[in-house]
Write a protein that binds this ligand. Structure first.
Ligand code: FES
Length: 220
């Protein structure tokens, strides 16, 4: 569930300006004349990504979120009252409306992930990062959240970190991913147990000719 948004919090910057106005124009041009308000969602995403790019260079770092000033700017651009943009931004969980860590760790705890061990993975995150769910580490690197199904149940348990999915997790692989991200090492996204995409863990059982061509093992 989303937390209430504090539009007057001390962390809210006074101003916001899009860096890439060409991109803003391109987004608006995707929609018919007079329907520029349809650009609200991609503009919110653009604002969140811009803040995240700035945050990745900052010390301490922070992740992508959407300040009130950005929502007001979007309202001005698409010519709607600010509340119309607040309504959209507060409805969808993909928009962060308060500062988050450089890495936003969204752990799925819905039934399939829960049955496959997400509880232990959450506990591992909390003990490894030294925070509880809903909190951000003091160094600004990680925010931990529990979320509902992210649509990768076949590879449960899984977590979304920024734009990437990490699947087939164990407490050990989760700990390794967090350590690698903290140290700036490369991480491998997707399944962590060697399976290819969402195929059967014992190997492919269909489309075997295609699998042969790709060198993917067959169930046997
Ligand atoms: S239940 Fe976790 S991805 Fe669907």
């Amino acid at each position: 569930m989303k937390k209430p948004v504090d539009l007057n919090a001390a962390y809210q910057p006074k101003d916001f300006a899009f860096r890439d106005m060409e991109k803003v124009k391109e987004i608006i041009s995707r929609y018919p004349q007079g329907k520029q308000r349809s650009a609200t969602m991609p503009l919110l995403d653009l604002a969140q990504r811009q803040v995240g790019e700035d945050g990745a260079q900052a010390k301490p770092p922070y992740g992508g979120w959407i300040p009130r000033a950005a929502m007001d700017k979007i309202a001005e651009i698409v010519d709607v009252p600010p509340v119309k943009v607040y309504e959209v931004a507060t409805f969808y969980s993909m928009y962060n409306l308060e500062p988050v860590g450089k890495y936003l760790v969204q752990m799925c705890t819905t039934t399939p992930c829960m049955l496959c061990g997400s509880g232990d993975v959450v506990k591992t995150c909390e003990s490894h990062l030294g925070i509880h769910t809903g909190e951000t580490t003091r160094d600004g690197m990680f925010t931990l959240m529990e979320v509902e199904c992210l649509g990768a149940c076949v590879n449960a348990p899984m977590v979304q970190i920024n734009d990437d999915y990490f699947e087939d997790l164990t407490p050990e692989s989760m700990k390794q991913i967090l350590s690698d991200l903290k140290e700036g090492r490369e991480v491998s996204v997707g399944p962590q147990n060697g399976r290819v995409a969402s195929m059967s863990e014992s190997g492919t059982t269909t489309l075997v000719e295609q699998a042969d061509r790709l060198g993917i093992k067959k169930a046997g």
